[in-house]
Every structure is written in structure tokens, then in C-alpha cells.
Design a protein around this ligand. Structure first.
Ligand SMILES: Nc1ncnc2c1ncn2[C@@H]1O[C@H](COP(=O)(O)OP(=O)(O)OP(=O)(O)O)[C@@H](O)[C@H]1O
Length: 704
């Protein structure tokens, strides 16, 4: 948009920003005081209320904290591998903005001469000025369009980089699991999708607005000051007063915006849950309950939005009055000079235009208050998320305890055991060692298992049994590194020839996919084809591509560290078909139109079929050790026996959790865990050797 001198054509800079900036959501809420939010996000635990409340920060330190958060969230992109392109593009956007301000100043002078010609009834001059105007439009418009385009593409590039950056950290070290299982933060998905998008576009818009307002201010202040200095001083007073009043009137908006973001995301999440659990809800006939829950969440968002609208309305009473009240002032003050012949008519018009420009520049806070408050909420939400991803939010210190040490070491460092005490013909390799393991729940520190000691050797098939809630799955969680609360040590030993697959980590190595595979209680079906189900999680079927920039250029060609490399030969279609047959699922290929057909697999396959599919993954992956959490609970005994025979003959060592007695015949040892007595520190587990048919309270290591 080109700003020209006439009041009719003048577009104050605040309106320019409105058009240029993306629609800022007027969704946000009463901000939860930072202190409270932190305690909620660090996972509400009963004892956290015992901690003295942190002192309430004053306005200045809140602003400082907000600025710090802004810098922390915004900076990484500008120092990333894409920094050269990013900075170059930013410089171009600033240059274009500078050019557009220059064009606006030019139009200010053109407008003055245009109106002078008009009032002097000088037709020749008028035609000339009109021509200048048209040429100015033709030459100037591309700059305005290109500035907006360059800004939008840069913002998209920034968002694209940030999305990848946040996703990598979100999925790294099971952070997504910790956030979800310990309710650390609300709606991370919304923060990645909506907040990042609005952060990048608004941050860029605001920086440019600030920049152009400064340039504008310098250019037009000079014009206005030359025409009539008192007018300039009056304007200064007026805008400072207006800013102070609007900050006072709109102080609740930031809080309202914050909560609106959360409530909208909560509402959307409940709808996603209905979609994901459609069958269960339909079986229960729970529509009415769902309806109530959904409406309740919507109402909550609605009520907050109503409050937000009222607060905005009240603010607008002031901002609109502020904006229009003063419009007549420049003409009124400058007109006497025109009447006394000191200035020409065009100068009145020029002063009105310069006045509006400066008013817009000085009144950025007044005009943009709502946008600024929504942006502050976005900074707050992203900053909070960013801190969490950087592991800056620690557990409640009252629950601090020793962490369980989990390491992956080379098999060379493990001990070996004769398979048969008397005949040392074949030795068994130790795969897993558990030392003095005391396992506690992460949120409230309840002890589940006391002092567990166990060694698992190659082909030692261990069955873990015990009452519901005793901690069987939690033991697997500890082995997978999902839970660290408690003390003790868990060590996995890998094949020496596979060592290069493992990432070095001080004296130990980090788990790489393929060597140890966990089958969780609920089979997980990924979005995609049947082939993708089978290859998950060992092989990635999606070709990794560098994220393309909006103009087709590549933003980042480096591999994200999370994507799994194909470490062993990828199974062929024949392998996949054979494995499906081995788990008695051969028929589903035809039924669903081939290996590459896309379906919502968790809906179209029965639970038992999904469990068989999980075993197919296991057979394809061929891990050294498999940890199976009630992985055959939905299967009949015949299918269960068939699957165990399959993994046994594939040479996979496994540790299973299960309740059925029929499972014992596929295992050589049983670990019984009983519900721990909180007052006792006695061992709450015992081992039964299935073949010896005798109970032992000794550790599994006693087999030595
Ligand atoms: N995130 C968590 N925070 C705190 N306690 C938890 C958490 N997850 C599970 N628990 C508790 O830990 C205990 C053990 O849970 P776990 O899932 O290990 O039981 P389980 O023996 O596998 O039970 P089941 O046989 O019913 O599957 C339960 O009392 C459960 O409520």
C-alpha cells in the first residue's frame, strides 16, 4: 500500500501493519501467574504446595523475563546452519521496508504540490503533478508488494526451521513421553503448530513495524517540526499520554490471551480424542457424556473469549477516541498560517499527512495493544515449552532421589555362563544385568520393586507375573529408560560385531534400534500402509528430504539425529509376506488391497490381529532381546503358543509380562512381583525356576 499525502489517500502506519501482519488470534486468557503456572507445569504433586510461594514478580521483571524468553526462542534460527540465507533475506526485507518509507515521504511532497496546483487553479501544473503521481504509483507499488512477499517467505522459512528444531527436541530422549506421562505442560501440539506459526510471523511483522516506525518518525518529524513546532510537541504529549492509558486499560489482555490459547487447544484435543476412541465411545454409548465434556470445554473457551471481547471493547472505546479526536487538530492549528498567507494550501495537507504518520509511529502500543498482548502470550507459551525441551524444568526437589543407571555396553564386557554346568561345550552370553534395583513411580515416589537383582543370559526366557498394579510394566519402563526414579543399575550387553551401530557415550553405548525391542501393552499402529506397519520402528519408509524453502531452496540438508538409519538389510516384499504368514496374518494383505494400501489400522484390525502384527515386527527386526508386555493378551491360546514358538525358533531371547498360566511353558524362569508394602524394605519378589519346579527367594543370579 502506498501512503500519499492526501488525507483521503493516507494510510497510517498502524493500518499498514494491520494488513501486513497475519491475523493475530484474539484468543487468550487470564494469564495464570507465572509462579503458579510453573508449579502446575512441573507436574502437580501434593508436596509442591508445601513449598513457599515464590515472590510475585513486578512489572519490570516480568517484562525483562518476557524479553529474555523472546530472545531465547527467536535466536537459534539466526545462528543456525541456515543463518547466511536467513540474514541475507532479513537484510533484503529491511532494505525494501526502507525503500517503501522513502516512497511514502516522496508521496508526501507530491501531495503537497498536487494540492497547491489544485488550489492555485494551475491546470498545467496539476496535470504534471497527476502524471508524477501515476508514475510514482507504477514505480512504488512493486516495492510494497515485494516487501510483503519477502517478509512472508522469510517468516515461512523461519517457521519451517523452528518446527523441525522443536520436533527434534520433542521426540529426543523420550521427552514427548515424559511431558505426557507427567502432565508437564498443556497441549504441546498446539505450541508446535499454532504458536510457532504466529511467533515467526508476528515477530517479523513487529520488528519491521518498529523499524519502519522509527524511520518514518525521523522523516516525518522533520517535516512537521519545520512546518509548526508546537504541533509536534502537542503530538508528543498526546501519544505518550495515550500509551500510558492504554497500557493501564489493557493490562488484563495478556492473561486472557494466554488462557484462550490453552482453552481452544483443550477443546480441539477433546475432539481428537473422540475421533481416536470412536469405537469405545460408541460401545459404551457415551455420546451424551462426550457431548457434555465437549460443550463444557467449548463453553470455557467461549466464556474466556467473551471476557476477552469485553476487555478489547473497553480498550477500543479509548483507542478509537484517541485516534479520531485529534484528526482535526493539525488542520485547525496550521490553518491560521494559511489565512495569513504564510503557507500555501498544500502545506496544510502535508502537515495532516505527516501528523498522521507520526501519530501512528508514536502510538504503536496504543494501536497494537491487542496484538502485542496476544504475542506476549505466544512468547510465554513457547518459552515455557522451550525451557522444558532444554530440560530446564526439574522435578520437584522434594522427590529428588537417586536415578536408576541405565547403560548399554558391549558384550565383550559381560560374563559368560556354561549352558550346562558339567559340559562346557557351549557358553551363554549375558544380555541383561539388573543390580540392586529399587523402582519408584516418577510422580509420587511410591516404591514398586525393592532391591531386584537379575542376570538374563542368552535364551533365558523370563516371565514376570504378579497382581495388577504391582509394577510389572513399570519394570519394563525402567529397562526402556522411560522411568528413572529409584536407584540401582540396569545394563544391557550387546553383540561385539554390532558395536559400531551404537553411539558412544562415555564408557557405555547408547541403545540403537533393533537390538532390544519392546512390545508395549497396547499395540501401536502408525499412520500409513501395511508395509509401514511391518517395518516400524526399525526401518524408516519415508525418504528423508531437506525441508524446502518457499521458493524451492533447501533449508537444511542435514539429517535429523532422530531418524533411524537402515542398519541392516531392509526386508523385501517377499520377506514381509512370509512373516505375515508366519504370524497367521497372510489373509489381510488381500483383504485390505495389498501391502501399500492405506487404512486406519488400529480401527480395521482386531486387537488380536494388531498383536500378531506386532510379533511380525519382532520377527522382521530379529532383536537379541525382546521385552513383551502382555503382548498376547488378546489372543487365543493356540495363536499365543504359535507366536512364542516362532520367536523361540528365531533365536530371540525374551522377557514377557503375563497373567496366564499357559505362558509358563514358553519360559524357563518366572519372576513373581507382589504389591510392595510401603512400610517395608524387604524384597517383594521371588524367582521360580520353571524346570526345577522349586521356589527361590534368591536372585535370578543364583542360577550361577
Ligand atoms: N505415571 C505414573 N505416575 C505415578 N504412578 C503411576 C504412573 N503410571 C503407573 N503408575 C502406578 O504404578 C503402579 C504400577 O503400574 P504398572 O503399570 O507397572 O502395573 P502392572 O503391574 O503392569 O499392572 P497391570 O497388570 O494391571 O498391567 C500402579 O499402581 C500405577 O497406578
Amino acid at each position: 500500500m502506498i501512503v500519499i499525502a492526501s488525507p483521503v489517500f493516507t494510510t497510517p502506519s498502524h493500518l499498514l501493519l494491520r494488513h501486513a501482519s497475519p491475523p493475530l488470534r484474539h484468543e487468550s486468557t487470564r494469564r495464570i501467574p507465572r509462579s503458579r503456572r510453573r508449579s502446575v507445569s512441573a507436574t502437580s504433586s501434593s508436596s509442591s504446595s508445601l513449598l513457599p510461594p515464590p515472590p510475585r514478580p513486578d512489572k519490570a521483571s516480568e517484562l525483562r523475563a518476557l524479553w529474555k524468553r523472546f530472545k531465547k526462542v527467536a535466536a537459534p534460527f539466526w545462528f543456525s546452519e541456515d543463518k547466511d540465507q536467513a540474514r541475507l533475506r532479513l537484510a533484503s526485507v529491511f532494505a525494501l521496508t526502507l525503500a517503501t518509507t522513502g516512497i511514502s515521504v516522496g508521496f508526501n511532497f507530491l501531495g503537497r504540490d498536487f494540492y497547491n496546483a489544485l488550489s492555485n487553479k494551475d491546470q498545467e501544473q496539476f496535470t504534471k503533478q497527476l502524471l508524477y503521481y501515476l508514475c510514482g504509483f507504477a514505480g512504488g507499488i512493486p516495492f510494497f508488494v515485494l516487501r510483503d512477499y519477502a517478509k512472508e517467505t522469510l517468516s515461512l522459512r523461519w517457521r519451517s526451521w523452528m518446527t523441525k528444531y522443536y520436533l527434534q527436541r520433542y521426540l529426543k530422549d523420550q521427552t514427548f513421553y515424559k511431558i505426557q506421562s507427567q502432565s508437564m505442560i498443556d497441549n504441546p501440539d498446539q505450541r508446535i503448530v499454532d504458536d510457532l506459526s504466529s511467533f515467526t510471523s508476528t515477530a517479523l511483522s513487529f520488528s519491521l513495524t518498529l523499524f519502519s516506525a522509527t524511520i518514518d518518525l525521523i522523516s516525518f518529524s522533520n517535516i512537521l517540526f519545520t512546518i509548526y513546532p508546537p504541533l509536534f510537541l502537542l503530538l508528543l504529549l498526546y501519544s505518550f499520554g495515550g500509551t500510558a492509558i492504554s497500557v493501564f486499560l489493557g493490562k488484563g489482555l495478556v492473561n486472557l490471551n494466554f488462557m484462550q490459547e490453552k482453552k481452544e487447544a483443550d477443546f480441539r484435543y477433546s475432539l481428537v480424542r473422540v475421533r481416536e476412541n470412536a469405537e469405545s465411545i460408541a460401545f459404551y454409548g457415551g455420546e451424551q457424556n462426550e457431548m457434555q465434556l465437549l460443550l463444557q470445554r467449548f463453553r470455557s473457551a467461549f466464556d474466556n473469549l467473551t471476557e476477552l471481547l469485553i476487555a478489547s471493547r473497553n480498550l477500543e472505546f479509548f483507542t478509537d477516541g484517541y485516534r479520531y479526536l485529534i484528526q482535526i487538530l493539525p488542520a485547525a492549528l496550521v490553518a491560521p498560517m494559511f489565512f495569513s498567507g504564510k503557507i500555501e494550501f498544500g502545506v496544510i495537507n502535508q502537515s495532516v499527512s505527516a501528523f498522521n504518520h507520526i501519530l501512528g509511529d508514536f502510538s504503536l502500543v496504543v494501536y497494537q495493544f491487542q496484538a502485542i498482548s496476544a504475542f506476549s502470550a505466544v512468547i510465554d507459551r513457547l518459552g515455557e515449552f522451550d525451557d522444558l525441551l532444554d530440560n530446564n524444568i526439574t522435578r520437584d526437589p522434594s522427590h529428588a532421589m537417586d536415578e536408576i543407571e541405565l547403560t548399554y555396553q558391549s558384550a565383550g564386557s559381560s560374563s559368560w555362563l556354561d549352558s550346562n554346568g558339567s559340559v562346557p561345550s557351549r557358553q551363554k552370553q549375558k544380555l541383561l544385568e539388573i543390580e540392586e534395583l529399587t523402582l519408584q513411580t516418577p510422580t509420587n515416589g511410591t516404591t514398586l520393586v525393592h532391591n531386584l537383582i537379575a542376570d538374563i543370559y542368552d535364551k533365558d526366557h523370563l516371565l514376570i507375573m504378579g497382581p495388577s498394579g504391582s509394577g510389572k510394566t513399570s519394570l519394563l519402563r525402567a529397562m526402556a529408560g522411560l522411568w528413572r526414579s529409584g536407584k540401582g543399575r540396569i545394563t544391557f550387553y550387546l553383540n561385539p560385531q554390532d558395536e559400531e551401530k551404537y553411539e558412544s557415550h562415555e564408557n557405555s553405548v547408547k541403545r540403537s534400534p533393533g537390538e532390544v525391542l519392546f512390545l508395549p501393552q497396547r499395540p501401536y499402529m502408525v499412520l500409513g500402509s501395511l508395509r509401514q506397519q511391518l517395518l516400524y520402528p526399525t526401518w524408516s519408509t519415508i525418504m528423508e528430504e531437506a525441508t524446502p524453502g518457499p521458493d524451492g531452496s533447501k533449508i537444511d540438508g542435514s539429517s535429523p539425529p532422530l531418524l533411524k538409519r537402515d542398519e541392516c538389510k531392509k526386508p523385501t516384499t517377499d520377506d514381509l509376506m512370509r512373516t505375515l504368514k508366519n504370524v497367521r496374518l497372510g489373509h489381510i494383505v488381500d483383504r485390505f488391497g495389498g501391502l501399500d494400501s492405506l487404512h486406519e489400522w488400529s480401527s480395521v484390525l482386531s486387537l488380536g490381529e494388531q498383536q500378531r502384527l506386532a510379533f511380525a515386527r519382532l520377527l522382521l527386526c530379529q532383536p537379541k532381546l525382546a521385552l513383551l508386555d502382555e503382548s498376547t493378551s488378546a489372543l487365543d491360546e493356540a495363536n499365543e503358543a504359535h507366536l512364542y514358538q516362532q520367536i523361540q525358533s528365531a533365536g530371540i531371547t525374551y522377557i514377557s509380562i503375563g497373567h496366564r498360566q499357559t505362558l509358563t511353558k514358553f519360559h524357563n524362569k518366572i519372576l513373581h512381583i507382589s504389591t510392595a508394602d510401603p512400610k517395608s524394605i524387604e524384597r517383594n519378589w521371588r524367582v521360580v525356576d520353571v524346570n526345577a519346579k522349586e521356589d527361590s527367594f534368591e536372585s535370578i543370579r543364583s542360577a550361577d
